[in-house]
Design a protein around this ligand. Structure first.
Ligand code: NAD
Ligand code: MG
Length: 381
């Protein structure tokens, strides 16, 4: 069997590095065709020297050019990044970009009939029906990398949505699971960046602390599995051992378990339905015991409700929610906004945004830009 060509979008990030670790163990099955990074020239150069892909993309090259060690093909700019997802040598696209910036790659990969291993959940949430059309209207495959959705797809195993009575997504609860809401104004970026169970990029780590990440995941589950919002629930499970559960109409509930590592869902997204050898820590139910679950503190974490409501409303509102969140998270990390300010600002932006239907990438871009402008104005006010 010939090795499948893989494009790793966001190769210098947390998902990118885990993907490389997985692929290094399966050189006979996967071959890295393309690596991309936003600005980390030296890191990308280093990876390219080690892996020698067909080409690399630097999305935001430095002014005044650069002089890399790796003498292969360097492509630069946003269009080159989007085009990489549809390159003929590529069979699997791992989208490990962050936020709205990943949308065009998601659509291009699906339209070009690739297998899309999707970590960049924001692109599915903001793109909504547009992404579903690109997926269902063509030859492309969409396999989630998000650990909860990887669990769900493994539990559902292609049974139709009407046989599923409930999807129960697990949430770690983040670093402030037990912190009284009255103390949220004191929270510093370094506290929010200290996630108890997962080591990830900055943006998703803050989203895990506000629970915006879980809202994005509810919308992601709705779009991926076609299950109504009323049948998608969230339960807090601090140890992140049970990655999610699916209850079927006959009363059987199936869960997927494992120690928290992204390498398992990444490998599954690359190889499924086949299961390949992996070097993993054998699961020990006794060590993992007891499995504890508790309800979500919805009123203390308003980013959850705001995101699910935006998802239910559809149209341009998920894009507005996502854009406002991206800008507010950046402001929090840069010390320009306090922690409760993230939800405060996003709520204001959503209240001032009139949802419209979106039919094209252009429509979604417009909604994204308008919400970013409104968010910056709200933070500055
Ligand atoms: P990260 O910040 O560690 O890495 C992001 C990568 O994307 C980097 O290579 C960066 O250069 C590139 N990038 C970022 N912004 C870009 C832009 N505007 N244009 C071009 N390239 C850009 O992020 P991460 O933690 O790896 O997360 C990536 C995605 O995967 C996110 O959507 C996140 O929600 C999702 N995800 C991550 C994890 C995890 O364990 N890290 C788990 C589930 C889902
Ligand atoms: Mg997740």
């Amino acid at each position: 069997m010939e090795a499948r060509g893989v494009a790793i979008l966001g190769a210098t990030g947390s998902i990118g590095r885990s993907t490389l670790a997985v692929i290094r163990r399966h050189p006979e099955r996967f071959r890295v065709v393309c690596l991309t990074a936003r600005r980390r020239l030296e890191e990308l150069d280093h990876l390219a020297t080690e892996i020698d892909p067909d080409f690399v993309v630097l999305a935001e090259p430095p002014d005044g050019g650069f002089d890399p060690v790796w003498q292969g093909e360097w492509r630069t700019g946003r269009e080159a990044l989007a085009a990489a997802a549809a390159a003929p040598e590529v069979s699997i696209v791992v989208n490990g970009l962050v936020g709205f910036a990943g949308l065009e790659s998601t659509i291009r990969a699906l339209e070009a009939g690739k297998r899309l291993a999707l970590a960049n959940k924001e692109s599915l949430v903001v793109g909504g029906d547009l992404v579903l059309r690109a997926w269902h209207g063509g030859e492309g495959e969409l396999i989630p990398v998000d650990s909860e959705h990887s669990a769900i797809i493994q539990c559902i195993r292609e049974r139709p949505a009407h046989e599923v009575s409930r999807i129960i997504l697990t949430a770690s609860g983040g670093p402030f699971r037990e912190l009284a809401a009255g103390r949220f104004p004191e929270v510093r970026p370094e506290d929010a960046l200290a996630h108890p169970t997962w080591s990830m990029g900055d943006k998703i780590t803050i989203d895990s602390a506000t629970l915006a990440n879980k809202a994005l995941e509810v919308v992601e589950a709705h779009l991926l599995f076609g299950v109504e919002y009323d049948r998608i629930e969230v339960v807090v499970h601090p140890a992140s051992i049970v990655h999610s559960l699916v209850e079927f109409r006959d009363g059987s509930t199936i869960a997927q378990l494992g120690y928290p590592t992204m390498e398992v869902p990444i490998l599954y997204a690359l190889s499924s339905p086949e299961r390949l050898e992996n070097t993993f820590r054998p699961f020990d139910p006794v060590t993992a015991s007891p499995l504890h679950f508790e309800p979500l503190r919805r009123s203390d974490f308003p980013m959850f409700e705001l995101g699910v409501e935006a998802g239910r409303a559809g149209g341009s509102l998920p894009a507005a929610y996502n854009a406002a969140n991206e800008v507010a998270v950046r402001a929090f990390l840069e010390g320009r906004l306090d922690f409760p300010g993230i939800a405060r600002v996003v709520r204001t932006v959503l209240e001032r945004t009139e949802g419209v239907t979106v039919d094209s990438l252009e429509d979604i871009r417009r909604a994204d830009t308008a919400a970013r402008d409104l968010t910056r104005g709200t933070i500055a006010a």
